[in-house]
Write a protein that binds this ligand. Sequence first.
Ligand code: AMP
Length: 302
Amino acid sequence: MSLLVVGSVALDSVKTPFGQVDSVLGGSATYFATAASYFTDVKLVAVVGDDFPECHLEFMKGRGIDLSGLERSHGQTFRWRGEYGYQLNEAQTLETQLNVFQTFRPKLPPSYLNASYLFLANIDPSLQSEVLKQADAAKWVACDTMNFWIEGKKEALIQTIKGVDLLVINDGEARQLAEEHNLVKAAQRILSWGPKTLIIKRGEYGILMFHADTVFAAPAYPLETVFDPTGAGDTFAGGFMGYIAQQDRTDPATIRKAVIYGSVMASFNVEAFSLDGIRNLSRDAIGRRYQAFSEMTQFEPQ
Ligand code: AMP
């Protein structure tokens, strides 16, 4: 089943305690689509400026990502600059330049209208809503966001959240959005707005998923080398939604497996800067890490 994503395609400059990169390929939709491309067909909606290097488009096309919905506008590509300390869970945003996203109005090409699964990656919530209105055939919709939009566009964001099946955000964002420090209470408040499922990303501490009265927890893969956490959340979402779309099922058991595939993809991503950790993975490598997750969390019921 095909999977549609709207989000940012960006040029990132990132500093971590282990190195620094300037104007490298980034963006929420880029990480998402690359991770999802290992599981299913992906269609991408975004905008880039005339400074966007052709080699990045070639890379995405090479992964089979459909770029008919990627506009090229006059002006500069979206740029994000961030820094991490040894506490790698939290990025400090130093600069966000919306550039061509400021005037972007997403319009889905006709070939995108039949996509069954939709992911509204981190982007202006008003643009997320515009895509949601156009994607009539989408039978399951998930959404991400970040503090930038919670602070700047909270009303529009809550409107978007009301129309989705699943929200995927990190723990700090969940607390900020719900205005509630306790994560369980924050989850209850967010679920009361409409989504049936909430996934809270907790960086190196893994994932908490809330669905009706149930909670599912998954660890992050314990890694020796974590170079750059940028895009870990989007990569998680790409593996997660990619698996759901591949299986074309959203029952609780499939969703739990999808959480693990998302965690597997995110674990590869943080091992290198930019998208280098997920550019060229083998099915075997993905399968072996999934198996390692399974063994790591096996225990007998009481
Ligand atoms: P993550 O680390 O998963 O939160 O995602 C990092 C990616 O999100 C980077 O590649 C950035 O280009 C992109 N990004 C950062 N801020 C924003 C924003 N305000 N809107 C959309 N994308 C953003």
